[in-house]
Structure formats: structure tokens, C-alpha cells
Write a protein that binds this ligand. Structure first.
Ligand SMILES: [Zn+2]
Length: 82
């Protein structure tokens, strides 16, 4: 009976050891996959050119007029429409 208890303890220690060995590897790979799509989307972001000065700005930072034209700033939007 004592042998069985020790076998169980050794088994649990071995299982714990295996989980601690695998954990950092899993965390690092999941971290990489989390970061990769983020950098990919920022790099692949659509660029639009300002209708006033022609500078290229990311779509998320561009100001879109009601007519569908893009501007780098509200000032250029105002200057173009006036
Ligand atoms: Zn501009």
C-alpha cells in the first residue's frame, strides 16, 4: 500500500513537472500569434492621399468628407472645400 502511495506521488510530481516544462513554451507561442496579426494589420492598413496636399495618410487617421474625398487634416478639408 505504501508503494502505491509513493507511485501516486511520483506520478503527480511527474505530471506537475511536465506541465511546468510545457507552460512557458505555450505562452510564448500564443504571445507571438497575438502580436503577429496586430503588426500585420497595421502594416497592411489602407493608405489614402489628401485631396489638398496629396500626402498619404492611413485610412484610420484620414478625414473623409461627405463627398468621399480624403484629407490629412480638418484644415485641409476646409481649405479644399472653400
Ligand atoms: Zn493635406
Amino acid at each position: 500500500m505504501k508503494f502505491l502511495l509513493w507511485a501516486l506521488v511520483l506520478y503527480l510530481v511527474w505530471r506537475w513537472y511536465q506541465s511546468t516544462q510545457n507552460k512557458p513554451e505555450v505562452e510564448s507561442t500564443s504571445k507571438q500569434t497575438d502580436e503577429f496579426p496586430f503588426t500585420a494589420t497595421t502594416e497592411a492598413e489602407k493608405m489614402v492621399s489628401c485631396m489638398h496636399c496629396g500626402i498619404h495618410v492611413p485610412l484610420s487617421e484620414a478625414i473623409q468628407a461627405k463627398s468621399g474625398m480624403f484629407f490629412c487634416s480638418t484644415e485641409h478639408q476646409r481649405q479644399h472645400t472653400v
